[in-house]
Design a protein around this ligand. Structure first.
Ligand code: PBG
Length: 325
């Protein structure tokens, strides 16, 4: 008989033999920044997640600085949206303002927390699509310069990293070229490489007012039936010069994470998205599950599957609970 239970007998033996742990510094917390002043509004479908105006960010910045997590990722809600998504590349729009604020806030406290700017147009376009909309759909090549301008606006404001999430072909290369041309050769790109068209983004679209006004994103985000194609997306971004590859969503896509881990030597991120968070919070609020234990198990699974970093709305709560159930 194989006595596999021997090493499970006591907590000390189990701790000694544990293969995986959630790495605190590998967690990234998404932050929604809204135009205006004096705002802190809870996202209805995401209990515990708020949209902050820049002047109210101190509260969240403090929690982030105390928590020991590795980074934040910023999303903007601009005052007005237009066809071309100009709020995405305006040097004074919400995200560049928030970047300047946060970098200064952390610096003044002797902390160096990685500030990542999500780069996409959907929060800024009146039609809610992730690029330039034409009668034929989203025009890939016409959208690239706008993404490059958006990345430049974020990096000029002090972003440590940019993360293009539009699933436009060639967007990593376009951003790399634009950053290099301005001397930002040192700024890494985290590519949302295998981003699936997913119902799990529902609550985020409430949070960012970014639901497409017509149609859906299936013409540019991936078909969730495809695993091999995901590997082609990852390989393409690696070739275009990405520094970190991402799989998104996370829970229903850990097969892709594992396959990616076996194919690339690049750091790998997973995005534990809004719908995944909302399901946990709703079940916990209904008394159906133990939130702390469920979150510990979920986050551990991401690292066990091969992720090096996890973008998650649970990051602060997890860290503040002492990083354990
Ligand atoms: C922007 C973007 C989205 C998310 C991250 N960046 C929304 C989308 O593609 O519709 C989703 C994040 C989440 O659900 O938590 N393109």
């Amino acid at each position: 008989m194989q006595r596999l239970r021997r090493m499970r007998r006591t907590p000390a033996l189990r701790a000694l033999a544990a293969e995986t742990a959630v790495r605190r510094e590998g967690l990234i917390y998404p932050v929604f920044v809204e135009w205006g002043t004096g705002k802190k509004e809870e996202v209805p479908s995401m209990p515990g997640v708020y949209r902050y105006s820049v002047d109210r960010l101190a509260e969240i910045a403090d929690r982030v600085a105390e928590s020991g997590i590795g980074g934040v990722m910023l999303f903007g809600i601009p005052e007005c949206k237009d066809e071309a998504g100009s709020g995405a590349y305006d040097a004074d729009s919400v995200v560049p303002q928030a970047i300047r604020y946060l970098k200064e806030y952390f610096r003044a406290r002797g902390r160096d927390i990685v500030v990542i700017a999500d780069i996409c147009l959907c929060e800024y376009t009146s039609h809610g699509h992730c690029g330039v909309l034409t009668a034929e759909g989203v025009d890939n090549d016409a959208s690239l310069p706008l993404h490059a301008m958006s990345a430049l606006a974020a990096v000029r404001a002090g972003a440590d990293m940019v993360a293009p999430s539009s699933m436009m072909d060639g967007v990593v290369e376009a951003i790399r070229a634009a950053l290099d041309a301005e001397g930002y050769t040192h700024v890494p790109i985290m590519a949302y490489s295998a981003k699936f068209a997913s119902a799990f983004y529902g609550p985020f679209r409430d949070a960012a007012d970014s639901a497409p006004q017509t149609g859906d994103r299936k013409g540019y985000q991936m078909d969730f039936r495809n695993g091999r194609e995901a590997l082609r997306e990852l390989a393409a971004d690696e070739e275009e010069g990405a520094d970190i590859l991402m799989v998104k969503p996370a829970l229903a896509y850990l097969d892709v994470v594992r396959a990616a881990r076996e194919r690339t030597e690049l750091p790998l991120a997973v995005y534990n998205v809004s719908g995944e968070y909302a399901m946990v919070k709703a079940a916990a609020a209904a008394g159906m599950i133990d939130e702390g234990r469920i979150v510990e198990e979920i986050l551990t699974a991401f690292f066990r599957a091969g992720a090096d970093m996890v973008i998650t709305y649970h990051a602060l709560d997890w860290a503040e609970r002492g990083g354990k159930a």
